[in-house]
Write a protein that binds this ligand. Structure first.
Ligand SMILES: Nc1ncnc2c1ncn2[C@@H]1O[C@H](COP(=O)(O)OP(=O)(O)OP(=O)(O)O)[C@@H](O)[C@H]1O
Ligand SMILES: [Mg+2]
Length: 318
């Protein structure tokens, strides 16, 4: 186990189902503490990819390395580094959260005080400590999902894989799940998160891989991805006077790509809107402009997906 090896490295993963190639040569890496989003529409190949990573589905080609050690469907102690949370809730309805965790912890070989301590820790991580002794069938959908995540965390994995954990839950539960995942990421766990909601990928993920038709078609931070498709952040500065003078000054700021002036506003394009914002506002003050509003617009992953595939990311009927 090389210390410098990434937590996860997959190379050229391929999986066919009959004539259909569900995953067609997917490669990416996840570093320690990184939250990586696999973003793609229904049928893109997300679940198939992570099932091969977790070693529950055989790959037709390619490799999976966890902490530098190859993983296949064969038994391998290194699989313990992975916590896998499937999309379907896999809990006993008529048991409490604690009883479920005790059962699944037992399957992982945890016993006694060590198990009790892990149960307390994982319930805390997903914000369910105060509901530990309530039955699962008395939980909301979002709470059930968080209990499901706690099961995946019991054996202290270094990589947590979550398959669309917010699919089909109400907005409040969704937010609770996202908060739990955010906290896990902050706590230093590596997370692989699949979703077809670009807002979730933008909020949670350090890096995003965009997957479509079984292929990874782009990868990077939101900023890297929007730069790759040639889009810029836009700052709209509203005001009525000194607009031309303002534009002439702003044009010379480092990081500013373009400035255009309209009747009651100026629009500044920049690679990083937040980075030039203070300079832009200072320019307005210096030329004596009475600013009535400032807005920063950042292109999102939806525009990246649309640009790359010519189709909308979200299945609107979902
Ligand atoms: N067991 C299987 N047998 C046959 N085809 C399959 C099987 N599993 C997946 N597929 C096909 O592989 C493709 C990728 O499916 P996959 O479940 O990986 O997509 P996904 O990105 O997870 O989609 P979703 O967002 O809907 O969960 C689809 O065309 C699907 O029909
Ligand atoms: Mg899926």
């Amino acid at each position: 186990m090389g210390d410098t090896a990434p937590v996860l490295r997959i190379d050229g993963l391929v999986r066919r189902f009959g004539e259909r190639t569900a995953v067609d040569g997917v490669s990416f890496q996840i570093a320690a503490g990184e939250t990586y989003g696999l973003l793609g529409p229904n049928g893109a190949g997300k679940t198939t990819t992570i099932s091969m990573i977790a070693g529950i589905l055989a790959a037709d080609a390619g490799s999976v390395h966890v902490h530098g050690v190859p993983i296949t469907t064969a038994a391998n102690p290194h699989k313990r580094h992975i916590g896998f949370v499937p999309q379907q809730i896999a809990l006993f309805d008529d048991l409490t959260a604690r009883e479920n965790l005790r059962f699944f912890g037992g399957l992982q070989g945890l016993r006694g005080k060590a198990l009790d301590a892990r149960i307390a820790a994982t319930l805390d991580m997903v914000g369910l400590s105060d509901r530990a002794d309530d039955r699962i069938d008395a939980f909301s959908g979002g709470m059930q999902r968080r209990a499901n995540i706690a099961v995946g965390l019991l054996h202290e994995p270094t990589l947590l894989i979550l398959d669309e954990p917010t699919a089909g839950v109400d907005p409040q539960s969704r937010n609770q799940i996202l908060e739990s995942v955010e906290q896990l990421g902050t706590a230093g766990l590596s997370v692989l998160y699949t979703t077809h909601y670009m807002e979730e990928a933008e909020r949670l993920c350090d890096r995003v891989g965009v997957i479509d038709n079984g292929r990874l078609i782009a990868e990077g931070t939101r900023r890297e991805l929007v730069t790759q498709i040639g889009e810029h952040d836009r700052i709209v500065v509203r005001g009525d006077d000194h607009l031309q003078e303002f534009a002439a000054h702003v044009r010379h700021l480092p990081g500013v790509v373009e400035v255009s002036v309209a009747d009651h506003s100026a629009e500044v394009s920049a690679d990083d809107g937040a980075a030039v914002l203070a300079g832009v506002v200072t320019c307005a003050v210096e030329v004596g402009m009475a600013v009535t509003g400032v807005e920063v617009h950042e292109p999102n992953l939806e525009s990246v997906f649309l640009h790359l595939t010519g189709k909308a990311l979200r299945d609107r009927a979902d």
